[in-house]
Design a protein around this ligand. Sequence first.
Ligand code: FEO
Ligand code: CA
Ligand code: CA
Length: 735
Amino acid sequence: MDIPRDVFNEEDSNTSDNPHFQSVLNARLSRRGALRTSIGALAGAMLGGAAVTAAPAAFAQTATAAAAKALGFKVVDKHRLDLVVVPEGYEASVIYALGDPLMAGVPAYKNDGTDNDFDKRGGDHHDGMHWYGLTSDGKPSRTATTRGLLAINHEATTDQRLSSHFIHADGGKLSLPRPAAEAVKEMHIHGIAVVEVRKNGSKWEYVPNSTFNRRITPLTPAEISGPARGSAMMVTKYSPDGTRTRGTINNCGSGLTPWGSYISGEENWFGYFHRAADDDAKRGDKTAVALRRYGRAQGAASRHGWESAGADDQFARWNNGKLGTSANGSDDYRNEMNAQGYMLEVDAYSPNAAPRKRTALGRFAHESAAFNVPVAGQPIAAYMGDDSRNEYIYKFVSDARWDPADANPADRLAVGSKYLDKGKLYVAKFNADGSGQWMELTIDNPTIKGFAGYAFADQADVLVNCRLAADALGATKMDRPEWGDVNPKNGEVYFTLTNNSNRTLNPTGGSALLPDSANPRVYTDMRGSTAQNGNPNGHLLRLREGTGGPAATSLTWDIYLFGAEAAADKARVNLSSLTDEQDFSSPDGLWFSPYSGICWIQTDDGAYVDRTNCMMLAALPGQVGDGRTVSLEYTTPAGPLKVDTRVGKAPTPDTLKRFLVGPLGAEITGITETPDGRAMFVNIQHPGENTPVADVRDPSRYESHWPSNVGYGAGQRPRSATIVITKKDGGVIGT
Ligand code: FEO
Ligand code: CA
Ligand code: CA
C-alpha cells in the first residue's frame, strides 16, 4: 500500500509566482491566536436564500425523462473485498477487459503475459467512455438502447518501475534499453477503443468481430487542427509542415460533443518523453522554459523508456531532445511534445476517420470536456480541468453559434472543426467573496504579450503553452482539477478537485501553496500510521455562469462537497458532514445522467484505502449558494490566516449515497448509460495495481484476482475492464 499510486498525476511543475499568494496572506492575516478553526459568524446562513433559481428555458427543452427526486437504492458499505459490490436488486457483470480480441482472427486472451497484437485487442487502464447507439441495421441513433458502440479511453499501463507489469510474462525488462517487442506491446496497449456492445436476450456482451471495432494507439495518424495547425512549434521529422502527428497518449477523461462525436483528454503525456541532461543548452531558446513548465525538465526519464528500444522512428520520437542540425526541427523530435496534450476528437461511427487534435482548447493535462446544453444562436462552451497539482480550470467558447441542424450531422468531425477550431480560451480565477472571472488567454492582452516568464510569439503559442499564459494572468491554482460536467437541470458546472499534497501552512517556495477560498483545507489524515498532509481527500467545486451564459466572463461558485472520512472533525475537515453512508476521498470521475439527472461521482483514491476500495456515489445536488460561509482559521509561521469558504448545503441520505465499491487496487472511472437510463457502463481501472514487481509470476501474491475471480476470462492476472450494471426489475439506475 506504500507504492505511490498515480505518481504521474502527482506532477507539479507550476512554480510560477502566484499573484494571490501574497495577497492571500496580506488580506487574511487576522488577529493572533493559537491554531484554531471555527465556523464563522455566517455559519448556517443560507447564501442563496430558500428560493430555487428556475432553470433557464434552454435547459427545460432537454428536461430529463425520469428526473430522480430521491435516490432509490440501498447504500453500499465501504469494503476491502476483491469484488465490485452494487446495491441489492442490481447486477454488475464484466463485458470487455484488457486483451479481449476486437478484430477477426485474433486469438483468445491467454492472460499470462505472452499475448501480443494489442492494436487489435482491448487496451489497458480503461478510463473515460461514452455510448453511441446503433439501430438494428447499424445506423447511428440517439435513442437506441440495445445495440451501440462504447468509445473507451485506455489511459495507461502499469508503470513497471512501481509494480507488476502483468502484460509481460516475467514483468518485463525494467532497465534500459527496453526490448523492442515489449515497447511495441506497451504502445499498442494505450489509446482509445471503439467496441460494439449489444443486449443479447437479457445479457449484455461485446461483439468481438464488429466492423465498427477500432483501436487508436500512440501510432495512429492524427490531424493537428485549429490555430496551431502548421505552426513552427509542430514541425517534426514525421510532419515537416506541422499538420500531423501520430496518435494519442494517456487518454483520461472524455466528453460527448453536442454533435455526437467523442472527445478524449490527453492527460499525463509528458511522462512518456525523454530529454537528455544537456538539452537546455543544446536548444538555447525559450523552448526549455516551456518544457519545464510542462513537466519535462532536462534529464527527465520517460515512463517506459520507449526511446531506448531501437533506432526505428516509432521509438526515436519519444526522445524530445534537440538531436538534429536543422534550424526548424524537421530532422528530429524536439517539438514532438507540442503535438500531445489536447482534446482529441474521434467519430466513433467512422472507423477510418483520422482523429483531430483540437488545439484551440489549449494544451495541458486534460481530463474531460463538459459541454453546455447548446442553445440555438448562442456559442458552445466546453469546460476543462488541468490535472496536476496547482493547475487551472479552463473554458473554451466557440466563435460559431449553435445551429440545431448540427445535432445529427453526416460528417461529425467537419462540424467539430466548425465549433472547436475557432473561439476563445479562458482560465478561471475564484475570488474569496464567491465571485470569479473567466480571463481570456489572448496574445492581445499586454500582460500575456509582455509576460517576463516566456516570450509568446503568437496566439498559437498562447494555446500550446496556455499554462504559462494562465500564470501570467494569475489564475487560481487548484487542487488537481479532474472531471467536470454540466448539471442538465440548471446549467451549473461541477468539477472534482481530487487532492493536493502541496497545500500547506508553511510554504517555503517551489510549488507549496497556502490554502485559499476555493481550495481552503489544510489538514492531516492518517492512512494507517502514515500521515497524509495538505488536502488529502479533495473536494468538488461548482460554478454558475454570470450574464451571457456560456459566454459569460463572470461567475459565482461554491464547494458542493468536501471529501472526508465520516469520523473527521466536522469543523475543519468533514465540512459537508458526510456520514458513513456517504464518505469518500479523492473524487475524480463525474458525470450527470441526462436521463435520471443523477450526478455520479467516482474516486481514484490512495488516502482512505486503509478502510475502503475506490467507489462510486450517486448525488442529487442543489445549486450554487444553497449552503453557508465557513471561516477556517489557521496559524502560519507568518501569523494567523483566516480563509473564508462557501460550503454547499449538507447532503441528506436522499441526496448522496454510495452506490458501488470496486475491487482491490482499482480506481473507478468512466461512466455512460443507454439513453433510457437502464444499462450503465462503468470502468474498473488497474485492479491489483499494488502488486510488487517481483510477484508477477506468483498468483498467490497478486493484490487482486479480479475479474477472473468472478469467472471472467483465462488466467489469474488482474485486468482493467468495463462492467455493465442493470437493475433486476429493469428499472432506471439509481432511482
Ligand atoms: Fe487520469 Fe487525472 O486522472
Ligand atoms: Ca485516513
Ligand atoms: Ca481521472
